[in-house]
Structures are given as structure tokens and as C-alpha cells.
Design a protein around this ligand. Structure first.
Ligand SMILES: [Zn+2]
Length: 189
């Protein structure tokens, strides 16, 4: 629930200005993901979906080569969840950094849910993204499992000073499924 008047200004719904720079151009980098990773991710979002609140988590993993990174862990930070936005307090990031540094993992993607099928970043999302070096993925319907991954989720990459919303075609190049089933869940809530 929206509980403070000032939060009305920061709802995760405001349209952001379109990019005035060059269009998105895929640079050849690939994030390898797996069905097991998605299964754990959807499981994390389930408990928030039951309450109809937005939520977030991170995918961590390793750079396998210059162009390929592989996600192997779902990390859930302590967070504040509301119907139309969420917060990850600054104090929640330190425990994330501690556990992931110990494993030698890199932050590869930040994920959060939206209430409906609109999965483009809001201006709130542009401002509150945890890292511009990681991808940002928006899940529809409070993170309900989707079978049409590339068509339903909103993948964003920061490029030329703008969070670009990738087309399903670019999404299918930037994210690729492999058959790994080794996924760790680090729940810091
Ligand atoms: Zn959002």
C-alpha cells in the first residue's frame, strides 16, 4: 500500500522520456541463463505476487569469456514492497556485496516485477536501477511464471546514457538459454 504522501511522486508508473541518442545496438555480449534459474526466480516472486506487491532480486554469476556471462545465483536483498513500487534500502546492499564477493560473483542483472503486462522501465526505474553495468529485467504480472520468456519480459540495457528497452529479437540475442541446472538461492530477506 502507498503509505506516505511523498511516495505518490515516485510510483513505478511514470512514463520516461524517449531516447534522444542512437538506437540500441547489440554489442555481441550474451548472458547465459537456464530454466533452473527461471524456476528459482519465479519461486522468489511468488510470495510477493500473493500479496500483490512489486519485488526485486538480482542474478549473479561469472564472466565466462569476453562476450559470455553466466548467471548461477538468485540473490534476494532485504526490501520494502508496495503495490506500485519497491525500495532496496542502501543498507541492504552491503550484505549482498559481502556474500557475492566471497563467491567471486558479478552482478549480471537486476530484476523486478510490475503489476500488469507493461514491462517497460518507468522513470522511477531509470532512477532507481541498482547498477547501470547490469541488465535490468522487468517481469509482468507481479512475477507470475511465463512460458513465453522473450516475448513477455522487458529487458533493458544502459547504453549511451539511456536505459534502452530491447525488442524481443534483441532480447533473444542478449539472453540465451543453456542447460545448466546449477543455481543457488541466496535469500537475505
Ligand atoms: Zn518498474
Amino acid at each position: 500500500m502507498v503509505s506516505r504522501p511523498d511516495e505518490l511522486v515516485f510510483l513505478d508508473t511514470g512514463r520516461r522520456p524517449p531516447s534522444v541518442g542512437p538506437p540500441y545496438a547489440w554489442d555481441g555480449r550474451v548472458l547465459a541463463i537456464s530454466q533452473a534459474l527461471l524456476d528459482v526466480t519465479f519461486c522468489v516472486f511468488e510470495r510477493y505476487r500473493e500479496r500483490s506487491v512489486e519485488a526485486c532480486c538480482f542474478w549473479y554469476g561469472k564472466h565466462v569469456s569476453d562476450t559470455i556471462s553466466k548467471a548461477c545465483a538468485v540473490v534476494v536483498p532485504r526490501q520494502i514492497n508496495r503495490c506500485l513500487n519497491f525500495d532496496v534500502p542502501r543498507s541492504s546492499i552491503l550484505p549482498v556485496s559481502e556474500v557475492t564477493r566471497r563467491e567471486g560473483w558479478k552482478n549480471l542483472a537486476q530484476l523486478h516485477s510490475h503489476p500488469d503486462s507493461d514491462v517497460e522501465h518507468s522513470s522511477y526505474d531509470d532512477l532507481h536501477a541498482n547498477s547501470r553495468r547490469a541488465l535490468s529485467i522487468v517481469l509482468p504480472n507481479y512475477g507470475a511464471p511465463t512460458m513465453n520468456w522473450f516475448g513477455d519480459v522487458g529487458l533493458h540495457e544502459f547504453q549511451n546514457d539511456y536505459w534502452h528497452y530491447l525488442s524481443p529479437h534483441d532480447t533473444s540475442k542478449r539472453l540465451r538459454f543453456d542447460n545448466s541446472d546449477e543455481v543457488e538461492l541466496i535469500d537475505l530477506t
